[in-house]
Design a protein around this ligand. Structure first.
Ligand code: ADP
Ligand code: ADP
Ligand code: ZN
Length: 216
């Protein structure tokens, strides 16, 4: 099964993706995670991407499309299917994805849009923290680790905020992506692939709705 999980920054894509990838054995591909890792490792891709991610701007389409294309061609993705999180974010990316999938004789099964109001997104991103060791995502108030100060996944005890989760950058990212996401949603609606779900519900409730779409 091949799935796109769409939503504005803070909608809960990463949180839901972890659960979906676990239960459905799909390969989770997050362009944001790929860029953050490249930046941390100081690879050429990372140095280039940093110029954009630092300001909350989108990385240019040719760079992003190239790296997704390569990843989709890998054997694990071919065997298990993919869950794309945070891609496509422009109509040019959506068109490139259609062409890439056609090239490898593949297609999308579902496009899920997690809808959340901008005010709630801002509140979520202001409290988002990540495990400094494994990158697992939490929220200080809405989704803290089970044992206070200890990562559920790896037991590490240091957490940090993302550099682009400052109030100014959050506002900029939400506005920018609100504008670019609209035509993409129309694109997938026309292809009869789109389901919108209300993301302003408990994490487990959102997940149940996703499971209903994907089937058991
Ligand atoms: P969020 O969790 O806020 O939705 P991501 O972690 O998905 O954000 O992305 C972080 C940053 O990485 C974005 O602000 C952007 O600079 C870059 N990025 C991620 N995905 C894309 C994409 N599909 N196209 C262009 N830039 C992207
Ligand atoms: P995205 O990947 O779409 O940017 P995340 O999955 O990182 O979003 O979630 C953003 C923040 O909101 C995180 O701190 C996360 O713990 C929290 N969060 C995710 N889903 C919910 C929800 N349904 N209700 C409340 N907080 C949530
Ligand atoms: Zn951890």
């Amino acid at each position: 099964m091949n799935i796109l999980l769409m939503g504005l920054p803070g909608a809960g894509k990463g949180t839901q993706s972890e659960m979906i990838a676990n239960d459905y054995d799909m390969i989770h591909i997050s362009t944001g995670d790929i860029f953050r890792k490249a930046i941390k490792d100081e690879t050429p891709l990372g140095l280039e991407a940093k110029r954009y991610t630092d300001n909350g701007d989108l990385v240019p389409d040719d760079i992003t499309n190239g790296l997704v294309k390569e990843r989709l061609a890998e054997a694990d993705v071919q065997a298990n299917g993919f869950l794309l999180d945070g891609y496509p974010r422009t109509i040019a990316q959506a068109e490139a994805l259609d062409a890439n999938l056609a090239d490898i004789d593949s297609n999308l099964d579902h496009v899920i849009y997690i809808e959340v109001d901008a005010d709630i997104l801002k509140e979520r991103l202001s409290g988002r923290i990540m495990c400094s060791n494994c990158g697992a995502t939490y929220h200080k108030v809405y989704n803290p680790p089970k044992v206070s100060g200890v990562c559920d996944v790896c037991g590490h005890t240091e957490f940090h905020q993302r550099e682009d989760d400052t109030p100014e950058k959050v506002g900029h990212r939400i506005q920018l992506q609100m504008d670019s996401i609209r035509p993409i949603l129309e694109h997938y609606e026309a292809a009869n692939l789109l389901t919108k779900i209300n993301g302003d519900q408990a994490i487990e409730t959102v997940y149940r709705e996703i499971r209903n779409i994907l089937g058991e």
